[in-house]
Design a protein around this ligand. Structure first.
Ligand code: ZN
Length: 275
């Protein structure tokens, strides 16, 4: 590797869990959205942001934090078409008008289909989410560059939504996983089928095969680091959940079994575990 070229670095912004205006659940914590991450990958001059958070307030704090890095934001990469990862786009683009928001064609399609409105985000967070959210532009290749270094899109298929992706930064051995892996945070498994879980596990195996040095997940316990072990942990969680589903437990039994198996994980949300 030529030593004259500066190495890349990364930094992670995590927004705390936020209470939602939603009916009380039958089980678990009061309704809330699990902590979300946004990752800045940067070189000597330029930076790429991965995911743009959800509420206007979060995206404003994110834009302030990006500014502190004194880099030119060239690109915002959206990992998948769930609104909690891109509804902050208009706020970030307003602050960094030269940045391009990009995603795979599949993610852009999810955004166009209004995946952000499939979930009642706006009802849960009234007045907190931008009225108009621009689409990302579809990437015409499975990779793009930051200061001449490659950033590789990993297509992961149907995980916590269809056409999901992760972003791999070979220079750093870094995977920014989006919602393919979670880090000590209950996983959105409630809507999965047996086939969907098998596809999700195959996606996690694809990430593991890259032997990453670090994995930043879309949702995490903010007290945790970004170790690669989250990939195997997420796999174990989805497998265990699948076994319980086959055992045909009651909803309460299924929920209790998951939170007792993972007592330290954040966001004991009915909406994640039971769908
Ligand atoms: Zn998410």
């Amino acid at each position: 590797m030529p030593t004259s070229r500066p190495a890349l670095s990364y930094d992670v912004f995590v927004v705390p869990e936020k209470r939602a205006k939603a009916p009380p659940p039958r089980v678990g914590d009061p309704p809330a959205w699990d902590p979300i991450t946004s990752t800045l990958i940067f070189g000597a001059r330029d930076a790429v942001l991965v995911d743009a958070l959800m509420t206007v307030r979060e995206a404003t704090a994110l834009a302030d934090w990006i500014e502190l890095h004194d880099r030119r934001l060239t690109t915002i990469y959206i990992t998948h078409g769930h609104g909690d990862h891109y509804s902050g786009l208009p706020v970030v683009l307003d602050r960094f008008p030269d940045a391009r928001a990009v995603a795979t064609a599949g993610t852009v399609e999810q955004m166009r289909n209004g995946s952000a409105t499939a979930h009642p985000y706006r009802a849960w967070f009234p007045g907190q989410i931008a009225e108009t959210i621009p689409l990302a532009e579809p990437l015409d290749a499975g990779h793009f560059e930051l200061e001449g270094r490659p950033l590789e899109v990993i297509e992961t298929g149907h995980t916590d939504t269809v056409d999901s992706t992760s972003l791999y930064v070979p220079d750093l051995g870094l995977i920014v996983s989006g919602d393919v892996a979670y880090n000590h945070c209950h996983i959105y498994v409630g809507a999965t089928t047996a086939d969907g879980r098998a596809e999700w596990i195959a996606a996690l195996d694809k990430l593991a095969a890259l032997h990453p040095a670090a994995v930043v997940t879309g949702h995490k316990d903010p007290t945790q680091g970004n170790p690669p072990s989250v990939v195997a942990e997420s796999r174990g969680y989805i497998e265990y959940y699948g076994k319980l589903r086959e055992a045909a437990l009651t909803d309460e039994g299924l929920f209790d079994a998951m939170v007792s198996r993972y007592p330290d994980w954040v966001s004991r949300q009915q909406s994640l575990i039971l769908g």
